[in-house]
Design a protein around this ligand. Structure first.
Ligand SMILES: CC(C)(COP(=O)(O)OP(=O)(O)OC[C@H]1O[C@@H](n2cnc3c(N)ncnc32)[C@H](O)[C@@H]1OP(=O)(O)O)[C@@H](O)C(=O)NCCC(=O)NCCS
Length: 174
C-alpha cells in the first residue's frame, strides 16, 4: 500500500470504470481518465487513504482508506474511523483485500491510536460482507433508508464494528 499519485490516473480509470465496482460501494463508474485524475487529487488524498499495488510492478489495482471526521459516514470522535475499500475485478477472490485491510487495521490501532474501526456494506453486497466477516468485524445493526448521495438513491445498510479490545484479543489468540 502506498499513497495515490496523479500518474495513477490511467490505472485507476482501468478498474474504476467497471460498473461492478463503484455502484455497489456507492459511487458511479468513472467516465474518463480526467475524472480519475480529479478523484486522485480531490477524493483519494485523505490522511489514511492508500492505493493497493501489486508488489511486482507497484501499479495501483485498488483503494483502501480509514476515513476520518467529516469524510466518514460511521463513527464519532477522534478515536474512531471507518474502513472503506474496493479492488479491480481481475484481482477478486485471491484474499488481497483481507490482507490489505488486516495491515491497515493494525496501523489504525497501533500507529494512529484509534479505538474503534467501523465498516459497512449495502444490503446484497455479499463479497464485502464476507471480507468483513473474515477480518473479524462484529455485526451491529441494519439501517433502512440510508442516503447514497452520489447514486441519488436510498438503500438498506449494514454496520459492523471492530474495537481495539476485540482486535487485541483476536491477535493474542494467534
Ligand atoms: C469486496 C471486495 C473488495 C473483495 O475483495 P477480495 O480481495 O476479492 O476479497 P476475497 O478474496 O476475500 O473474496 C471475498 C469474497 O468474494 C467472493 N468472490 C471472490 N471472487 C469472486 C469473483 N471473481 N466473483 C464473484 N465473487 C467472488 C467470495 O465469496 C469471497 O469469499 P470466500 O473467500 O469466502 O469465497 C471486491 O469484491 C470489490 O472490490 N467489490 C466491489 C467494491 C465493493 O464492494 N467495495 C466494498 C464496499 S462496502
Amino acid at each position: 500500500m502506498r499513497r495515490w499519485e496523479e500518474s495513477d490516473a490511467e490505472q485507476l480509470f482501468k478498474y474504476a470504470q467497471d460498473p461492478d465496482i463503484g455502484p455497489i460501494a456507492g459511487w458511479p463508474p468513472h467516465k474518463n481518465i480526467e475524472e480519475s485524475r480529479f478523484i486522485i487529487n480531490n477524493v483519494l488524498q485523505g490522511k489514511e487513504a492508500y492505493a493497493i499495488c501489486l508488489k511486482e510492478d507497484n501499479k495501483a489495482i485498488g483503494a483502501i482508506e480509514l476515513r476520518l471526521g467529516d469524510n466518514a459516514d460511521l463513527g464519532e470522535g477522534d478515536d474512531e474511523c471507518e474502513l472503506g475499500y474496493w479492488l479491480g475485478k481481475p484481482f477478486w477472490g485471491r484474499g488481497i483485500m483481507p490482507e490489505a485491510a488486516r495491515e491497515l487495521i493494525r496501523h489504525g490501532f497501533e500507529d494512529c491510536g484509534f479505538n474503534k474501526i467501523w465498516c459497512g456494506y449495502y444490503d446484497g453486497n455479499e463479497k464485502s460482507k464476507r471480507v468483513q466477516e473474515k477480518l473479524g468485524f462484529k455485526y451491529q445493526w441494519r439501517s433502512e433508508d440510508v442516503d447514497v448521495p452520489l447514486m441519488h438513491e436510498k438503500r438498506v445498510g449494514h454496520v459492523n464494528l471492530m474495537t481495539k479490545e476485540d482486535w487485541l484479543k483476536e491477535r493474542n489468540k494467534i
